[in-house]
Design a protein around this ligand. Structure first.
Ligand SMILES: O=C(O)CCC(=O)C(=O)O
Ligand SMILES: [Fe+2]
Ligand SMILES: [Zn+2]
Length: 387
């Protein structure tokens, strides 16, 4: 797995020299570092009010309207060390802040950053991070620490939440607006007579990812324990990224097959919902690191890979699921009323042991937010200085 790390921010804030080339400028910053900026790139990123709307955070400049061979008529350095350009043709003027240029320099190639992630170690149960309900609801510093924990290890337990229905919605909305689905914005996990999901029975649920028949998985899932008097029903959490890494190490052929073979997933309830998606069990990002694990035994549609690959595909699926169910990358917990388990649904598989509905009541409530909004909240909290 190769990742090109984003170059660490360098403290260079003024441009000290400019060398012109036929299609680009070579800038030297006051710390001696040099960076390349193409003419086309510079014109395309002009920050002036006619190129960038001043209140709408979107661009007005249209890449298509710029001549491919655009070039500056004049290039200068301002007394503050910013770059001043007058463009040929329409004499459009651009001013580029030196720190902004340094921050957006692209010499180091593609910038796929992998989240700060810590895989669970094989065989040694991870003690998951915990946080008090009051602290995340009241403090932005604690809120950000909690979100960082979920991003890093995939899971965090909130303790001491009120056992009041709807509380999990308020917790999720401390982060972002919620994700809707055919199960609604807020769903009750109880054993009920006419269930539309195995979650709403007393069956054991093998570790799974939620909503795998949708192209975009829910990003973060929250499960809040309101009542738990039944015997059984323990929570199981598995680090799917650690399992994928283990498969890559021990059975690279199966790993490659799961990365490259889209499998069919489907949820059809006969009551207006028929959601179907074809996607690989292990999805990589362009840097080659695992971005998403997509697996739910319950929603695997009939396999339809060509006959000469059917058995290899089953073998690969079973190899991965064997690691998931081996218990080596797993934690188990019995939720208590007031606990909320929060986890990355791109990474963590969750499940439960069977419970006995006659032994007492068990009631959880759950909801989701999308991954984009989870990461957006982290960025905006970081930007407001809560690091
Ligand atoms: O009952 C549980 O502990 C989990 C149920 C579940 O998988 C879900 O609601 O997504
Ligand atoms: Fe689930
Ligand atoms: Zn402009």
């Amino acid at each position: 797995m190769t990742v090109e790390p984003r170059a660490p921010a360098r403290p260079r804030t003024a441009v000290a020299g400019i060398e012109r080339r036929s299609d680009r400028l070579l800038l030297t910053f006051d710390d001696g570092a040099t960076s390349t900026f193409h003419h086309l790139w510079l014109r395309d990123n002009c920050p002036c009010p006619s190129c960038r709307h001043q209140s709408v955070p979107e661009r007005l400049v249209d890449t298509q309207s710029i001549a491919e061979d655009i070039a500056p008529a004049k290039v200068d350095i301002s007394p503050e060390g910013d770059v001043l350009i007058v463009w040929t043709g329409d004499e459009h003027r651009s001013r580029f802040d030196a720190a902004w240029l340094a921050e957006h320099a692209y010499d180091d190639g593609p910038r796929w950053t992998v989240d700060d992630r810590q895989l669970w170690a094989a065989g040694s149960p991870m003690s998951p991070p915990e946080v008090a309900y009051d602290s995340i609801m009241q403090s932005d510093v604690d809120l950000l620490r909690w979100l960082h924990d979920i991003r890093r290890v995939g899971v965090s337990f909130v303790r001491g939440a009120p056992t009041v229905p709807g509380t999990v919605a308020a917790i999720a909305e401390r982060v972002a607006f919620r994700r809707n689905s055919n199960f609604g914005l807020l769903w009750d996990v109880v054993s009920k007579p006419d269930p539309d999901s195995l979650a709403y029975t007393a069956h054991a649920l093998a570790p799974h990812v939620d909503l795998v028949s949708r192209e975009t998985l829910p990003g973060v899932q929250f499960l809040h324990c309101l009542v738990f008097e039944a015997t059984g029903g323990d929570t199981i959490l598995v680090d799917g990224f650690a399992c994928a890494a283990e498969l890559a190490r021990t059975d690279p052929a199966s790993y490659d097959l799961l990365v490259t073979t889209p499998l069919p997933w489907r949820y059809r309830d006969g009551a207006g919902t028929d959601v179907s998606y074809r996607g690989p069990m292990i999805r990589l990002d362009p840097s080659g690191s695992v971005r998403e694990v997509r697996y739910s035994n319950a929603l695997l549609a009939p396999l339809d890979v060509p006959p000469d690959r059917t058995l290899d595909t089953y073998r690969a699926v079973r190899a991965f699921v064997g690691i998931v169910r081996s218990g080596r990358f797993e934690i188990r917990a019995r939720l208590q009323p007031g606990d909320v388990v929060c986890f990355d649904n791109y990474r963590i598989l969750h499940g439960r042991t069977e419970f006995d509905p006659n032994s007492g009541h068990r009631h959880l409530q759950g909801c989701y937010i999308d991954r984009d909004d989870f990461l957006s909240r982290i960025r905006t909290l970081e930007a407001s200085g809560h690091r």
